[in-house]
Ligand binder design. Sequence first.
Ligand code: SAJ
Length: 428
Amino acid sequence: MPDADDKLSAAFDAPSTKRISVLGLGYVGLPVAGALASRGFEVIGVDVAQRIVDVINAGKIHIVEPDLDMVVQAAVSAGRLRATIKPEPSDAFIIAVPTPFTGDHQPDISYVKTATQMIAPLLRKGNLVILESTSPVGTTEQICSWLAELRPDLVMPEVEREDADIHIAHCPERVLPGSVLRELVDNDRIIGGISPLCATHAVALYRTFVRGEMHLTNARTAELAKLVENAYRDVNIAFANELSIICDRLSVNVWDLIDLANKHPRVNILSPGPGVGGHCIAVDPWFIIAAAPDSTPVIRAARDVNDGKPEMVFAKVKAAAERLRSPVIACLGLSYKADIDDLRESPALHIVERLAREQVGELLVVEPNIKQLPASLSQTSNIRLVELREALPAADIVLLLVDHRQFKRIDRDLLKPKITIDTRGIWR
Ligand code: SAJ
């Protein structure tokens, strides 16, 4: 006799009859949509941007992520992935929309609310609603409340309630940009149901493409677990960044120092850099701070250290430039980390914006993953996006901001006559 869990898995094992809508076709939603389509589901990808919808329906992608283009192209040409700006009735809805913060670091879950409002009229008995977006604690419960208001005809889940019409869970994404397709399949997943039954339904869906283990819990714990993972990394990077500041003062090479300290069997210090960027680690700790402002001094200090780092790099470059008559500065990298095109919260971008604003010399920007400078840089006259082969010979100062593959291969002899500021320690 199959147990309840097997029966639920079986319900999702008939892919040709199952339709899933993924709301938000960004760095998380698009790979999830591709993975589900490749498992045979009919996937409707929903995004508010018509441009993104058109690109995906043409079998292409709008972001840089290894192998994702092939997955999406195959899914679209097989007729299993279709993008649209309006959700359609489905068996499951996965919400993967942005959860940014406001100017004063308060979480903004308005995109989650909009997505919830979009799917509410389409919901049918038995539907599964999953929140993948990293969210403040209580957001999944909030989705339940919104849906209960919008659809009083349907029974929404509660902790102790096993007869709900709709199943709602939080399954936070944990994929690392640059390795998304591998991590989407291999990583363990935390599955936080509003009720245990909701979690079981979500597991049945994720089991169709996840090889990692599923860890069941409630929605609140899943929400906090995801925030804590990123806050943990932020605190550890802050420690490395603080060491780099101390080492500058004490004339010690921070990279050598960390290599040596890491020889200890229980020490594993991360790498300092120009700051912490991206839409996750630089953002998520604030959701914890906002929820418990008086009880988060460590998490808060880490944010301050990491956010202060770009200004220090800027000051270093400015000081070097002031020693030259008309300095040409090659700025290598704009994205928030290596080998991706994502500029969100990028410390490299902040540093270059600051250099441009303060007119610190002529800036030659090299960023192999973008085709044009972002709007924040395209307004000033002292800056151009160029190829590495043009920037290097012309530069007096070479400022390494992102450890892209291309920059690691630079012939060190070419750098010898230059002032180099290597924020990632790749040329030591
Ligand atoms: N960084 C350093 N030093 C390091 C490691 C990273 O300065 O030693 C910087 C990077 O250059 C970058 C930032 O930190 O600016 C964040 O990069 P990352 O590679 O640490 O992480 P993300 O933001 O790309 O992805 C993180 C991951 N979380 C964890 O590793 C705990 C990923 O698994 C999450 O799914 C993702 O956030 C997310 O979406 O939340």
